[in-house]
Write a protein that binds this ligand. Structure first.
Ligand code: G6P
Length: 375
């Protein structure tokens, strides 16, 4: 039946606040990491393909997706290479299908899609199959979709129905599923000790509580949104694992508030975007307390030195403090490799409240569709 809004003003807001539940559902019933989580869907009474067998056969990964799903793929690349040690490529589906690529016979093709019906992603999957790439896996939110039917292996995300055109809970549940996939692949390659597995699962189980604490930052983000609503442009910076999160933050803002936004890996600032920095263009920085923090801090100084105004999402213990031209929201804790799942949430809230302040149609932004089933 119809999905009720309850106490929320928009589906997007409701879906942002459902994320702790959706992530908890992702882990429900999972005792340990097993390849079977990714077994084929088994259409028409046939039993599905065995993921364990497929994982033994592959030695690289090609991820294909569009929009927000593409950014979850970009994030997963870092996990897959670092934790599972599997070379991973990520490509926008509409580009892959129209270029001459070199198929690697031992490659696993992973499509990511909320709907499972996006025309470009589906065509890219079929294109890969036509090149002889038969080991295919989809991370998808709709069990009955074409993507699930046409892939050898499938993982169904537990977001539940997503109505807002700007994807939120589908993204974070994709990330959770892709993290589980990384662990399952690492295990199948003999790279996951039982201790590491237990530690990763423990961290994942704490995510719903950590997400609640991030959602509690909403009032501070409303404050930022009032300032963003007056602007025409915004720049989002991130590094490493959080560069795709900066891209997703910029996408959210442009989709629903119509403010022009772009993301840069912070180390590239000096190769172009610094020329754009003025006090009129807010610069958002995703600043987790990771190995790149000191590098990021000096990138932020470069922005400050040119009169840029910074909005920093800083982890606990980062020693980045509010001051002149420097607005800091402190994240409740540092989350290691799962940090992108937490850092994207304030960016969703920032986009939502900026759109609200500008009076745009949050759930149905102009010219955009929830699912793009024609090319
Ligand atoms: C559209 C939606 C986006 C979504 C993208 C890919 O552009 O507005 O929110 O990320 O399609 O959709 P998919 O269903 O394949 O994830």
């Amino acid at each position: 039946g119809a999905v009720e809004l309850g106490p929320y003003r928009h589906y997007m807001q409701k879906e942002i606040f459902e994320q702790p539940r959706a992530i908890a559902d992702t882990l429900d019933g999972i005792e340990g990491i097993v390849a079977e989580l990714f077994d084929g869907a088994g259409q028409d009474g046939r039993s599905g393909a065995s993921a364990w067998r497929v994982f033994q056969e592959i030695d690289s990964i090609l991820i294909l997706a569009c929009g927000t799903s593409y950014y979850s793929g970009c994030t997963a690349k870092y996990w897959l290479e670092e934790i599972a040690g599997i070379p991973t490529q990520v490509e926008v589906a509409s580009e892959y299908r129209y270029r001459t690529s070199v198929p690697l016979p031992r490659q696993l093709v992973v499509t990511i899609s909320q709907s499972g019906e996006t025309a470009d992603t589906l065509a890219a999957l079929r294109h890969a199959q036509s090149l002889g790439l038969t080991n295919t896996l989809t991370v998808c939110n709709v069990a009955t979709s074409a993507m699930v039917r046409e892939s050898k292996l499938a993982y169904i995300t537990r977001a539940g129905v997503e109505i807002g055109v700007a994807s939120t809970k589908a993204f974070t549940t994709q990330l959770a599923g892709l993290f589980l996939l990384t662990l399952a692949l690492a295990q199948s390659k003999g790279r996951l000790t039982p201790e590491a597995e237990a530690a990763h699962l423990k961290a994942m189980r704490h995510l719903p509580v950590a997400l609640q604490a991030v959602l509690a930052l909403e009032p501070q983000l409303i404050g930022w949104a009032e300032e963003f609503a007056q602007k025409d442009h915004a720049l989002f910076l991130g590094r490493g694992l959080h560069y795709p999160i900066a891209m997703e933050g910029a996408l959210k803002l442009k989709e629903i508030s119509y403010i022009h936004a772009e993301a840069y890996p912070a180390g590239e600032l000096k190769h172009g975007p610094l020329a754009l920095v003025t006090s009129d263009m807010p610069v958002v920085a995703v600043a987790p307390n990771d190995a790149l923090l000191e590098k990021l801090k000096s990138n932020l100084q470069e922005v400050r030195a040119r009169g840029g105004v910074l909005y920093v999402l800083a982890d606990a213990d980062t020693q980045i403090d509010s001051g002149e031209g420097m607005h800091v929201i402190r994240m409740p804790e540092h989350y290691g490799q799962l940090s992108p799942i937490l850092h994207v949430v304030p960016l969703q809230l920032l986009a939502y409240h900026t759109a609200l302040a500008r009076g745009t149609d949050v759930d149905k932004p102009r010219n955009l569709a929830k699912s793009v089933t024609v090319e």
